[in-house]
Structure formats: C-alpha cells, structure tokens
Design a protein around this ligand. Structure first.
Ligand code: NAD
Ligand code: ZN
Length: 250
C-alpha cells in the first residue's frame, strides 16, 4: 500500500469509529519551526537534559534553566500552528468523539483552535510556584519580580514535567481511559520513547483499537502499529481531513 491508499484506509476507519484518540509529540510542531528533542539536530543534541530539565538542574542553577526556557518561549511565541495542527482541530470539530492528547508544551494545538487538549507534560507558557504550586500566568521574561511567588516567596518554575517527575494525575488517567475506550488511535509525530505517554497506543491496541502512526521515521512503536503513514504530520493530516470531509459531504 502506498501512503495515499493508507490514508483512504484510515479515513474508512474514522468513518466507522465511535471513539478516536490522537496522541501528538514534538514532530507535530517541527513544521512550525520548533525543534524536537531526539532528532539528529534536536535540542538534546545540543543541551544536557539533566541540567536543563530536572529539579536537580534547576536547584543547581535556576538562572541557567530560566534562560533556556525563556529562549524556547521566545521561539514558541513567534511560531504559528501548521497545517497538521489545523487539520487536527477541524477533525476534532467534525467527529463526534475525537480526543486530543499531547506531549507538547507549546500551546500550538490550542492556538489552532483545538479544545479540551489534554496536556500530559504541562505548558511552557504557564509558570508555577515550586513550593505551593500556585499557577503564575504572567511571563517571566524581562520580569525579575516574578522570580519569587507572591503567596509564599517560593521559586517560580515553568509548569512543565521534568525528568523524574510524575505526570499530572488527572491528565494521565484521562488519557489512559480514552486510549482504553478508543477504536482508532493515532500516534502522530512522537518517538514513543517517553513513558507513560508511550504506553497509550499499546493500551489502545491491547483493547482492540486500530493503531495508526504518522511519522516519516521509524519509531519504537512502528513494529506494533496496524498502519504506518510515512509522511509529515503537516502533509498527512490535511489529506486525511479532506478525504474525510469528501466522504461525509462537508
Ligand atoms: P521526540 O523529539 O522524541 O520525537 C519527535 C518525533 O517526531 C520523531 O520520531 C520524528 O521522526 C518525528 N517527526 C519529526 N518531524 C515530523 C513531522 N513533520 N511530522 C511527523 N513526525 C515528525 O518528541 P516526543 O516523542 O514528543 O517526546 C519528547 C518530549 O519532548 C515530550 O515530553 C515533550 O514534552 C517534549 N518536547 C516538546 C516540544 C514542543 O512542545 N513542541 C518540543 C520538543 C520536545
Ligand atoms: Zn508559592
């Protein structure tokens, strides 16, 4: 089957499905100019994960961690959603039961119009207090006074999940339940190496879902999926959307 046959097959599955869950990763935002982590030119090839994305790294040098996050927030603030994000947002509006779970922290799904996005790894746009967990919506960029929490004077940190930290309980539980219930599961632009997110397609598969991967490269998951579309998200998702709209006459 070539990629277009596979897209038609996926559209047929979507037409028959009651519950779709899509899991997205950094690859979905690559076409918006935001680096992924594990690619050859990804962020981890240039920076040490443990220095920049762990509690120990933050405690050792909060300024270094903040300046890295501010660098990334700047890039994200100057980026726009791409055709992949927009197609996912529209699919979600047309299909009666389409849930979107993301490992991304960039807010681009929401910017593209997606609602109820389940953020497994938090959001780089939000900050929170290290000690009392209070959310600080304001950006820390160029605002030194925000570096301490107004409520308890604790240190402020980005509201993202770092290495060694637990995922937000409500979000991961919901994502697991949705994966369990889904009959079609789409894994888009993720290397499927970060657990527990990487378990979600496997939970879906064990419970009878058809699992589709959209990724130009091979991943940990590729051997287990039912359909592998070797295209970029910004190419594959609009094709799926257009074909789906044709079939339901929208
Ligand atoms: P990853 O970097 O491990 O993997 C990215 C995957 O995307 C790779 O398999 C790659 O082949 C694929 N890819 C690259 N370009 C693509 C495209 N145009 N279309 C489809 N696929 C493409 O990313 P991950 O699996 O999301 O896991 C990494 C962790 O990194 C997550 O925890 C996430 O929080 C964090 N992260 C987030 C962002 C972001 O918010 N945009 C960016 C970098 C990392
Ligand atoms: Zn506080």
């Amino acid at each position: 089957m070539d990629n277009l046959d596979k897209i038609n097959k996926v559209v047929e599955l979507i037409l028959e499905s009651n519950n779709i869950t899509a899991l997205t990763g950094a690859g979905v935002s690559a076409e918006s100019g935001i680096s992924t982590f594990r690619d050859k030119n990804g962020l981890w090839s240039k920076f040490s994960p443990l220095e920049l994305a762990s509690i120990e790294g933050f405690m050792a040098n909060p300024e270094r961690v903040w300046s890295w996050y501010q660098y990334r927030v700047n890039i994200i603030n100057n980026s726009n959603p791409n055709d992949g994000h927009f197609a996912l947002a529209e699919l979600q509006k047309i299909h009666k039961n389409f849930s979107l779970v993301t490992q991304n922290v960039d807010g681009l799904h929401q910017k593209a119009g997606s609602e109820n996005v389940i953020e497994l790894h938090g959001s780089i746009i939000r900050n929170k207090c290290f000690d009392c967990n209070q959310i600080h919506e304001e950006s820390v960029i160029n605002n030194e006074s925000l570096n301490n929490c107004k409520a308890c004077n604790g240190l402020i940190r980005p509201d993202v999940v770092w290495f060694g930290e637990m995922l937000p309980e409500k979000e991961i539980k919901l994502a697991q339940d949705l994966s369990f219930q889904s009959d079609v599961f789409l894994s888009i632009g993720t290397s499927a190496e970060v657990y527990p997110a990487a378990d979600l397609p496997l939970i879906a598969k064990r419970n009878g879902a058809v699992v589709v991967e959209v990724n130009p490269e091979l991943t940990q998951l590729s051997d287990y999926v039912d359909i592998k579309i070797e295209l970029k998200s910004g190419e594959a998702m609009p094709l799926i959307l257009e074909e789906y709209k044709k079939r339901i006459n929208k």
